[in-house]
Design a protein around this ligand. Structure first.
Ligand SMILES: [Zn+2]
Length: 409
């Protein structure tokens, strides 16, 4: 396999999570009698450019098809995060009714809605039909396509050059990272900028977040690796914010190399930090498999011991990361009865692979499990508070990552 960035032949394995179905392909009742497609989930690290990456086993079109079930608007804290960002960036760039904001992977319009409300012209680019449809119903102009060089050229032809391009949790999702980044180069106005948010590889490694590895995530990003990618498209990072979202993300601000904007000290700070941890040494990436396996054993030991005790265990949050975890651990509904999720698009369906039923809150209140595992650990505070408000029996909460933790609230 070739490196997505530098074409070097990949030989260093970072993690092998066996095989599993795509994490967002939830199964309907009728689908239970159908065959499910499993793909290997093997991650490599390039020893030349240090891009951590999964091989593309599954065609992108079939991952982001009509059954794709991720709707951004069902996480309250994510909506708040998006709103705060919208106001901040409006002031930072002085955006007004003459500006153009484009969001790539605009999902159901959860973010662009804020720009629309502020009277700033905006456009969404979203390849999944069902989410794009919801976005259009909110009155947000949305193009149902994959972003890249070709679409960038088309947008410029349509007089849609951007002052701001936003890409949240999408850079890691693109199979052809060079075509995608060239799309920015095509679409940006001379002083326009791109802001991108993505989970940070250093946190993934330090905090054992192996469940954030799934087929839809082609790359796992450090600044060292993506700086090199942008450079090949006459773009450079000029500012970096460190964020708490998704277990520790970065927001990078990217400009054209020839732009007059100054590079802030935040960039050098992160690059120094990466040097310090050894991001450009292969040793930094070794032993990650052992960490994955420790978590697997801890979770299985917990589930098996509770099963023996006759305790009832359920989970909250049918997030993609939960599917990686449950499938790697080989957990099925005999060990974990059901998963509660707020999204009606997931309720009544079954988790890919494990086939654990996804139910609504009423089932949780009726079944009163002794233990509730919070699968989206990045939303631990939000979910803990929600459960405290709704549940009136004695239960314990469990978070499996970075290490199995059982607590009461
Ligand atoms: Zn490489």
């Amino acid at each position: 396999m070739e490196c997505r960035n530098c074409k070097n032949t990949l030989k260093h394995k970072f993690a092998d999570l066996e095989s599993s179905p795509p994490s967002n392909s939830f199964i309907s009742e009728e689908g239970l009698n159908e065959v499910e497609h499993y793909y290997p989930l093997k991650i490599f690290v390039c020893e030349k450019c240090f891009l951590v990456q999964v091989d593309e086993y599954k065609k992108t079109e079939t991952i982001f098809d009509d059954s794709y079930a991720y709707f951004s608007s069902f996480s309250k804290s994510w909506l708040e995060h998006a709103k705060k960002y919208s106001y901040e960036i409006k002031d930072y760039l002085d955006l007004n009714s003459e500006s153009m904001v484009i969001e790539v992977a605009s999902n159901d319009g959860y973010l662009l809605k804020n720009f629309k409300d502020m009277g700033i012209p905006c456009l969404g680019v979203e390849p999944t039909k069902n989410t794009a449809k919801v976005s259009m119903q909110k009155g947000i102009e949305t193009i149902c396509e994959f972003f890249g060089e070709e679409l960038g050229k088309y947008l410029v032809n349509q007089n849609k050059q951007a002052d701001l391009i936003i890409g949240n949790n999408v850079l890691a999702h693109v199979p052809d990272i060079h075509d995608f980044v060239q799309g920015f180069t095509e679409t940006l106005k001379p002083e326009g900028i791109v802001t991108l948010e993505f989970p940070y590889l250093v946190n993934l490694i330090k905090l054992n977040q192996f469940d954030t590895i799934y087929h839809e995530h082609f790359s796992y990003l450090s600044i060292t690796a993506i700086k090199d990618v942008f450079g090949k498209h006459d773009l450079e990072i000029f500012k970096i914010d460190e964020l708490d979202t998704h277990g520790g993300s970065l927001r990078v601000y990217v400009k054209r190399v020839e732009s007059k904007r100054a590079i802030t000290p935040s960039v050098g700070k992160i690059l120094d930090l990466e040097k310090e941890v050894g991001i450009d040494k292969i040793e930094f990436y070794e032993n990650f498999q052992e960490k994955c396996d420790t978590i697997k054993l801890e979770l299985l030991e917990f589930l098996i011991s509770k099963k023996k005790e006759g305790a009832k265990v359920a989970a909250y949050g049918a997030a993609a990361k939960g599917n990686t975890l449950l499938n790697y651990c080989g957990v099925k509904k005999d060990l974990l009865s059901f998963v509660v999720d707020a999204s009606p698009y997931k309720q009544g369906k079954y988790l890919p692979g494990s086939r654990i039923p996804v139910v609504n809150m009423d089932v949780l209140l009726k079944e009163k499990p002794d233990y509730i595992i919070i699968l989206p650990w990045n939303l631990k505070t939000e979910i803990t508070a929600l459960l405290k408000e709704k549940c009136d029996w004695n239960y314990k909460l469990v978070v499996p990552i970075p290490a199995l933790e059982i607590f009461e609230e």
